[in-house]
Design a protein around this ligand. Structure first.
Ligand code: FES
Ligand SMILES: [Fe+2]
Length: 356
C-alpha cells in the first residue's frame, strides 16, 4: 500500500458538501460523503452492497443515503435501515463507514484504523481564525500526479525561480543556499534572500522603495500537509518570529489527499497579515495562486507522465534535494510501520469489536 492510512485527510471543502451526495476516491477507495439532517457529515464506501451501484448516485433522505437503484437506505454508520419490499434486513446488508470531522472549513476523513481516529491528531499548526489574519480559499484542484510529487514540490524553494517567474520568484533567489532540518515527522526547509527586490506578489502590498529581506519557510507535516510561510520586510529587520510578523507575511497552505497512485486532490488556501478583510485583495491573491499552481500542475503532470515510461535516464540527486530525500524516507518509514502494525497486539486490541 503506497499510502499512509492512519491520518486525517481533507476529503472536501465544507461548502462542497450540500444536499447532494459527493463522490470522491481517497487512497484509492471509492468514498461517498453526505450530510445528515442535522448537517453533520458522514462518509461511506461508495458501493451499494446489493448490485454495487455507487451510492453517490442515490439521494439523501433525512439521515440516510438511499440507493438510486432499488432504494436500500444506509445511515451514516453504514447500517442498512430499509430494504424494499421486505421487512427483514439481511445481517450483511451494511457498508463500511469512515470517521469524518469538520475543521477549518474542511471535511476531514480517516481512512485507516477507526480506533485511532483521534480528533487531537487534526493538524492545527496555523493561526486559523485568529485576529489579524485574513483567509482566501482556492478552488478544489485535481492534479494528475502522485501526491509525493506534490509534497516534494512544495518543499522545494529552488523551483520557484524557474516555474513561477511571473508571481512568486525572482532571479536573485536562484543560487542562495537552503537549510533543511527535521523534527520527527516534520521537515523544514528555509531560505533567506537578503537585500534584493521583493517578489511581485509581495511588492504590490509592501510598496517598498528599494530592496528587502525575503524569507521562505517551507514546512512539511507527514504525510501530506505543506505550509509555506513567506514574506518580506525592510533590509536588516532580522529573522525572529516578531520581525517576520511585522513584515508583509503570508502562509500558503496545501492539503494534499491521494486519490489514486497517479492522481491527487489538492486543497489550498492562504492566510495573510495585510489588507485585513479586504475581499478584493482575497480574490486577487486567489487568482495569482491559481496561475502559480497551474504552473506547478503542468510541470508535475509532465513529470508523472514521464516517470510512467521505462527509465531512459538514471535520476540524479542534487544538493537541493536534501528535503525531498528526508521526506521520502519519512513516508517510507510511516508506510512500513503501518504495514507491520497490521498484526500488532495494540492495534488488534483497539479494533472495534475486539475483546478487551
Ligand atoms: S443496487 Fe442498491 S438497492 Fe439495488
Ligand atoms: Fe510551485
Amino acid at each position: 500500500m503506497p499510502f499512509v492510512r492512519n491520518s486525517w485527510y481533507v476529503g472536501a471543502w465544507c461548502h462542497e458538501l450540500g444536499s447532494q451526495p459527493l463522490a470522491r476516491r481517497i487512497l484509492d477507495v471509492p468514498v461517498v460523503f453526505f450530510r445528515r439532517s442535522d448537517g453533520s457529515p458522514a462518509a461511506l464506501v461508495d458501493r451499494c452492497p446489493h448490485r454495487l451501484l455507487p451510492l453517490s448516485r442515490g439521494t439523501v433522505v433525512g439521515d440516510v443515503l438511499q440507493c438510486g437503484y432499488h432504494g436500500m437506505c444506509f445511515d451514516g454508520s453504514g447500517e442498512c435501515t430499509r430494504v424494499p419490499a421486505q421487512s427483514r434486513i439481511p445481517s450483511n446488508a451494511r457498508v463500511q463507514s469512515f470517521p469524518v470531522i469538520e475543521h477549518w472549513g474542511m471535511v476531514w476523513v480517516w481512512m485507516g484504523d477507526p480506533a485511532l481516529a483521534d480528533p487531537a491528531r487534526l493538524f492545527r499548526g496555523l493561526p486559523w481564525g485568529e485576529p489579524g489574519w485574513t483567509l482566501n480559499l482556492g478552488p478544489y484542484t485535481h492534479v494528475k500526479a502522485n501526491y509525493r510529487l506534490l509534497v516534494e514540490n512544495l518543499l522545494d524553494p529552488v523551483h520557484v525561480t524557474y516555474v513561477h517567474q511571473s508571481t512568486l520568484g525572482t532571479a536573485a533567489m536562484a543560487d542562495i543556499p537552503i537549510e533543511t532540518t527535521q523534527d520527527g515527522d516534520t521537515i523544514l526547509v528555509t531560505r533567506w534572500t537578503r537585500n534584493s527586490p521583493a517578489a511581485p506578489i509581495l511588492q504590490r502590498f509592501g510598496r517598498w522603495p528599494g530592496n528587502v529581506d525575503r524569507w521562505q519557510y517551507y514546512w512539511w507535516h507527514a504525510p501530506a500537509i505543506n505550509v509555506v510561510d513567506f514574506g518580506a520586510h525592510d533590509v536588516g529587520s532580522g529573522e525572529s518570529e516578531a520581525a517576520r510578523q511585522a513584515g508583509i507575511r503570508m502562509y500558503s497552505n496545501h492539503f494534499l489527499t491521494p486519490e489514486t497512485e497517479t492522481t491527487t486532490h489538492y486543497f489550498w488556501c492562504q492566510l495573510r497579515n495585510f489588507a485585513p478583510d479586504d475581499e478584493t485583495v482575497s480574490r486577487e491573491i486567489t487568482e495569482q495562486f491559481v496561475m502559480a499552481f497551474d504552473e506547478d500542475k503542468a510541470i508535475l503532470e509532465a513529470v508523472q507522465q514521464a516517470s510512467a515510461e521505462p527509465l531512459m535516464t538514471r535520476p540524479v540527486q542534487l544538493g537541493i534535494d536534501a528535503g525531498a530525500v528526508r521526506l521520502h524516507r519519512t513516508l517510507d518509514r510511516l508506510i512500513e510501520a503501518e504495514s507491520s502494525d497490521q498484526g500488532s497486539p495494540e492495534l488488534a486490541r483497539n479494533r472495534p469489536g475486539a475483546a478487551h
